[in-house]
Design a protein around this ligand. Structure first.
Ligand SMILES: Nc1ncnc2c1ncn2[C@@H]1O[C@H](COP(=O)(O)OP(=O)(O)OP(=O)(O)O)[C@@H](O)[C@H]1O
Ligand SMILES: [Mg+2]
Length: 248
């Protein structure tokens, strides 16, 4: 079973235009939705001794499934009765407002740029019970500076008190510094790796970049795993979760 392959990278823009596929909402009893619940449970168990209140999903390169995975995992977390906030901190290729059909006039960027931000204007309730989203807001010219601001730290502190779990979607870690900046501010980080597409070197580089900022790398999610590759047992497509001790 090949984990890595030398494929040409493809940049997908359909998630930005139409949002990501929310199979946990549209087909909650499917085997794929079940895989997302397994991922949620494994993440919860990966940090049994330390409470997780915020996790960030990133990947080495663009279009590897960060938004698809983080949005669906957020749904499964909310389905458990937790009050969850999904933050779209991918200020370069945002998807959350499209995925959850909420307006993007007010969002993370408006909070970070206004003097007295009204959080209730930017945080939106979704059709999924217990799930709230903070969309990106209008795309700014200086995403890294905004995310690296004291205001962002203060915002995360306030939101940590208001929600049981905060899930953050960010750009790929190898391309821009945004993921590194935020990885240092959350309780745990998950690296999404598309099986058979990701290059081993780029994944290792991503891990090194996250280690540099002392991110708490909880594990990786192998995305785009076919039923045959996962042993055909769950018949799933989204693949498994590996803790940092499982795969070195
Ligand atoms: N497991 C999967 N099976 C099939 N298609 C997938 C899977 N995961 C993601 N995709 C598709 O790959 C494309 C990119 O996914 P997504 O937008 O979630 O990636 P991303 O890493 O967030 O991208 P970006 O770097 O633009 O933020 C989308 O078309 C999505 O539908
Ligand atoms: Mg994305």
């Amino acid at each position: 079973m090949a984990l890595f392959k030398r494929n040409k990278k493809k940049l997908y823009s359909n998630s930005m235009k139409h949002g990501v596929g929310l199979i946990t909402v549209t087909k909650p009893t499917s085997s794929i939705a079940e895989q997302f619940r397994t991922i949620r449970t494994n993440i919860q168990f990966s940090s049994a001794d330390k409470q997780l209140n915020s996790i960030l999903f990133t990947s080495a390169e663009p279009s590897e499934g960060k938004s698809t995975v983080s949005s669906n995992v957020a749904v499964t977390w909310a389905d458990q009765g937790n009050k969850v906030l999904l933050i779209d901190a991918d200020l370069r290729r945002p998807t959350v407002s499209r995925s959850f059909r909420v307006d993007n006039q007010h969002g993370l960027t408006t909070i970070l740029t206004s003097k007295q931000a009204d959080l209730s204007e930017s945080i939106k309730r979704t059709k999924v019970t217990n799930l709230y989203v903070l969309p990106s807001g209008p795309v700014p010219p200086n995403p890294s500076e905004l995310l690296n601001s004291v205001k962002m730290d203060q915002l995360l502190n306030v939101l940590n008190d208001q929600f049981d779990m905060i899930i953050v979607d960010v750009p790929p870690v190898n391309t821009v510094t945004d993921a590194q900046v935020l990885a240092a501010k959350v309780d745990g980080v998950i690296l999404v790796v598309p099986q058979g597409i990701a290059l081993k070197g780029t994944v290792l580089h991503a891990r090194d970049l996250l280690n540099k900022v002392h991110a708490n790398l909880l594990g990786t999610i192998m995305n785009r795993v076919t039923a045959a590759e996962s042993g055909g047992y769950y018949g799933g497509y989204y693949g498994g979760y590996y803790g940092t001790d499982d795969k070195k």
